[in-house]
Design a protein around this ligand. Structure first.
Ligand code: AMP
Ligand code: MG
Length: 337
């Protein structure tokens, strides 16, 4: 089975091609980089519409496949920015209708998790998913990816990007903050906000900006911003790990590229005697391959959607999605008995 997947939730228009052996045959992505300010949904959508055809053609070329060989078209219907989602959905609907092949709805957060499980060969981890639009600690239980902690306001990646923009660093800000943080060493007190299992990053962002205005060294603020934000995620992760009893931590999403975060997660894993893995950088950021692979899993379990019901879902939650391709450990044991 060969699935073409389209990613189009925010800054990236991506097209991936995957088969049922778990091989990624193509992963072509075009990112919209704002010339000034943050991501403007309409401008991003304009970028996506202008590159859609060439990205899809390039993916088919890279895979060495003809479009007639594709068995289904998967698309991320949410969560994400409405104007962007509409571009991807329109392209996937058109392909599905024209080639008379199933349309497969994919939840973007599920796709980040599935590509990480595939690449890292980890079956049942506690997932730490941190990106520009999401900050979620999740684990599989009873048919769904349950949420064991999330942000109450902005995502961690968004916090980094907004701070970077304010202090004049290029977009996306995460990698630039990481570099500067290596040169900082004075910890500046910043708001550490964990409420139960949830986190809040907006106060941290406001205070980091205030410290910059007050003349603190940028390197020290970057260092302190990372230490504070990552410690919050680690605290929640550690509690979720103990609560769920999972034997691995899997880091995914764009912020997973950060070396300091990886070191901190690794040390938690070591303390608890569990495995730690982070998704390879190519698959950490938004990409078409993750939608294609989740499309394969979905179609193998007959998850498709009629074109006239394939509305975009800008606020589609991870824990609202059924995951029929996974079984609980006790169910596997039951079958084995
Ligand atoms: P995504 O939304 O999954 O595509 O991830 C994009 C987010 O990842 C943006 O907020 C980036 O700033 C962030 N990011 C990428 N590389 C790094 C890094 N090395 N350190 C921290 N954040 C990063
Ligand atoms: Mg993402």
């Amino acid at each position: 089975m060969l699935i073409l997947g389209i990613e189009c939730t925010a800054h990236t228009f991506g097209c991936g091609i995957a088969n049922s052996k778990g091989e990624i045959l193509a992963n072509v992505n075009s990112e919209y980089i704002p010339t000034s300010g943050g991501i403007h949904p309409r401008e991003a959508a304009r970028h996506h519409a202008s590159v859609a055809a060439s990205v899809i053609c390039d993916a088919l070329k890279a895979a060495g496949k003809n479009i007639e060989e594709i068995d289904g078209f998967a698309v991320s219907l949410g969560p994400g920015l409405g104007p962007c989602l509409r571009v991807g959905a329109t392209a996937a609907r058109a392909l599905s209708l024209y080639y008379n092949k199933p349309l497969i709805p994919v939840n973007h957060c599920v796709a980040h998790i599935e590509i990480a499980r595939l690449m890292c060969k980890i079956d049942d981890p506690l997932v730490v998913y941190i990106s520009g639009g999401n900050t979620i600690i999740s684990a599989f239980s009873d048919g769904k990816y349950r949420v064991f902690g999330e942000t109450l306001d902005i995502a961690l990646g968004n916090c980094l990007d907004t701070f970077a923009r304010y202090v004049g660093l290029p977009h996306p800000g995460g990698p630039h903050i990481e570099k500067l943080a290596l040169k900082g060493s004075n910890y500046i007190n910043l708001p550490y906000v964990v409420k139960g299992q949830d986190m809040s990053f907006s106060g941290l962002l406001t205070m980091a900006i205030r410290k910059f205005k007050d003349g603190a060294m940028l390197e020290d603020i970057c260092f302190s911003l990372q230490e504070t934000a990552f410690s919050m995620v680690c605290e929640v992760t550690e509690r979720a790990l103990v609560h769920t009893g999972k034997d691995a931590i899997l880091l995914t999403g764009g912020v997973a590229a950060n070396r300091r975060l990886r070191v901190m997660m690794e040390s938690i894993a070591k303390d608890h005697g569990v495995v730690f893995k982070a998704v390879p950088v190519e698959y950490a950021r938004d990409n078409g391959a993750m939608i294609a692979w989740t499309g394969v899993l979905s179609l193998l379990h007959n998850v498709t959607i009629p074109v006239d019901e394939s509305f975009i879902r800008p606020r589609w939650r991870l824990d609202a999605v059924d995951i029929p391709w996974r079984m609980n450990k006790h169910e596997v044991n039951k079958e084995g008995c």
